[in-house]
Design a protein around this ligand. Structure first.
Ligand SMILES: [Zn+2]
Length: 406
C-alpha cells in the first residue's frame, strides 16, 4: 500500500520564508506528488516517520530552505566580454570600447551569429552554475537579438534549458533592450515593429510570460516605454521594467501604472516612484552585481522602500556586460554588504519576494503545504550563514518538485 508521503526530510532547521526566516527548529518536511504535504516540528508527527513515508532523509541539523529563485537574468547570450573588461582596466574609456564594436552591440552580433546549438550549450552552462548555488527557478530575458529570428532563437533556447534541466524557467521578452543598429536613425520604427509585430506573436504563441523594457536615456524613452507597455497590456502580457538605473526618468511610476510584476534596478528612484510601487504592489528588484561590477556609487533607497513596505527581491542580473555572475549566494552577500539588507531580507529577496516578482507566489517561494516541493539543504545550521560566507558553497542537496536533483 502506498504510504501517506513519498518522502520526508527530518531533523532540519527549516526556514519556511513565510515571514522573515520563518524558522522551525528540529523540523521535518514531507512531500507527496511533488508538492509539500506537511511541514512542522518533528515532535508533532503522529506516527513514526517509517510508517508515514517511503523515503527518509536525515538532515542532521542542517538548514533547509526553499529552492532559490533568480528573478532577473540575461543568461542566454553568446561569447563574453572579458576582453572589454581587460581593456577598461588598461585605461580604455567606454566610448573607445564602443567605437571598436564593443559594448552591448558586440553581444548582439555574437548572439545573432551563433548557431542555436552553440547558444544553447553556452547558456546551459550558466544555468547549471546557478543551479549549483541552490536555484530551482529562474527568469531568462531575450534582448540580445533585437531582430525577430534571434529573439525567437533566444526564447527557444530558454525553453530548451527548462526542458533539459530540472529547473522552472520564466521567460521574458526584452526586445526593448536597446535599439538595433538597423534602426539607429529611426528608433520609433523599431518600437512600431515591437508593438505591431513581435508582441502580438509573443502573446499568441505564449513564447514569454512577460514583456520588459529598458527605460533609460541611453535606451527607451518614457514615451516609447509607454507604447510597449500598452501593447503588452492589450495582448494580455504582464510587464516588467529596467528603471531608474542611471537616472530618475519616471519609468517606475509608469510601470506601476501598468501593475508591473516588478521594477528592477531603482538606484535613482525617488519618493513618487516608491509611492507608485506601494499602490501597484509591484516588487522592487535590486541588482547588486551590476552596481558592484560598474563600481556605481548611487545606492538604491532601501530605507525608503522599507518604509513603504515594498517587497524587495534581489537577483544576479547575469549578463556579459555589467554582471557576469552565476552565484545567487554571492549576490545575497552583496545585497547585505553593499545595499545593507539584513540577512533575513536577503533570503526573502531570493525566495518569497522573487516568486512574487515572477507572478509565481501561489506555487513557489515559501515552504508551505500545497506549494511545489522545491527545496535546498545546506551545510549550515542557521540561514544567516548562507549570506555571511563569501565565495563558499554549502549546498548539500537540491530538490525540485519533490525529486532530489543532486
Ligand atoms: Zn537586466
Amino acid at each position: 500500500m502506498r504510504k501517506q508521503y513519498d518522502a520526508i526530510w527530518l531533523n532540519a532547521q527549516i526556514a519556511t520564508c513565510e515571514q522573515g526566516y520563518g524558522l522551525i527548529q528540529q523540523a521535518g518536511i514531507a512531500v507527496r506528488d511533488g508538492r509539500i504535504a506537511w511541514v512542522g516540528p518533528v515532535a508533532e508527527l503522529p506516527y513514526d516517520p517509517e510508517k508515514l513515508a517511503a523515503v527518509i532523509h536525515d538532515c542532521n541539523g542542517r538548514c533547509l530552505t526553499p529552492g532559490l529563485i533568480d528573478c532577473h537574468t540575461h543568461l542566454v547570450f553568446a561569447g563574453n566580454r572579458a576582453h572589454e573588461f581587460e581593456m577598461r582596466l588598461q585605461g580604455a574609456t567606454y566610448e573607445e570600447i564602443a567605437r571598436q564594436g564593443g559594448g552591448i552591440q558586440s553581444t548582439v552580433s555574437a548572439t545573432r551569429s551563433a548557431s542555436e546549438e552553440v547558444l544553447f550549450q553556452q547558456s546551459l552552462a550558466r544555468a547549471r552554475d546557478l543551479q549549483k548555488s541552490g536555484v530551482t527557478t529562474l527568469e531568462i530575458k531575450s534582448g540580445y537579438g533585437l531582430d525577430w529570428p534571434t529573439e525567437l532563437k533566444m526564447l527557444r533556447v530558454a525553453k530548451r534549458i527548462e526542458d533539459t534541466l530540472p529547473l522552472t524557467v520564466s521567460k521574458t521578452f526584452l526586445g526593448a533592450h536597446t535599439f538595433p543598429p538597423e534602426f539607429r536613425s529611426n528608433p520609433d520604427a523599431y518600437v512600431d515593429l515591437l508593438c505591431q509585430e513581435m508582441i502580438p506573436v509573443v502573446a499568441r504563441e505564449q513564447l514569454a510570460d512577460a514583456v520588459d523594457v529598458f527605460c533609460e536615456k541611453i535606451a527607451f524613452s518614457l514615451e516609447q516605454t509607454k507604447r510597449v507597455f500598452a501593447s503588452a497590456a492589450e495582448h494580455g502580457l504582464k510587464v516588467k521594467c529596467h528603471a531608474e538605473q542611471l537616472s530618475d526618468m519616471g519609468g517606475t511610476t509608469l510601470a506601476a501604472s501598468y501593475q508591473a510584476l516588478s521594477v528592477d534596478h531603482l538606484e535613482h528612484v525617488g519618493v513618487p516612484g516608491v509611492k507608485a510601487l506601494e499602490q501597484s504592489g509591484s516588487v522592487a528588484v535590486l541588482l547588486p552585481g551590476a552596481f558592484y561590477f560598474l563600481r556605481e556609487t548611487k545606492l538604491p533607497p532601501v530605507e525608503l522602500l522599507r518604509r513603504h513596505r515594498i517587497p524587495i527581491a534581489v537577483a544576479t542580473d547575469c549578463n556579459p556586460g555589467t554582471s557576469p555572475v552565476t552565484s545567487l549566494l554571492m549576490i545575497m552577500n552583496m545585497a547585505c554588504t553593499l545595499f545593507r539588507l539584513t540577512p533575513s531580507e536577503a533570503l526573502e529577496a531570493v525566495t518569497r519576494h522573487a516568486a512574487q516578482a515572477l507572478g509565481m507566489s501561489a506555487l513557489r517561494g515559501t515552504l508551505t503545504a500545497g506549494k511545489a516541493a522545491d527545496m535546498a539543504v545546506w551545510e549550515v545550521s542557521h540561514p544567516a550563514e548562507l549570506v555571511y560566507y563569501l565565495g563558499n558553497n554549502p549546498l548539500r542537496q537540491l530538490i525540485r518538485q519533490g525529486k532530489v536533483v543532486f
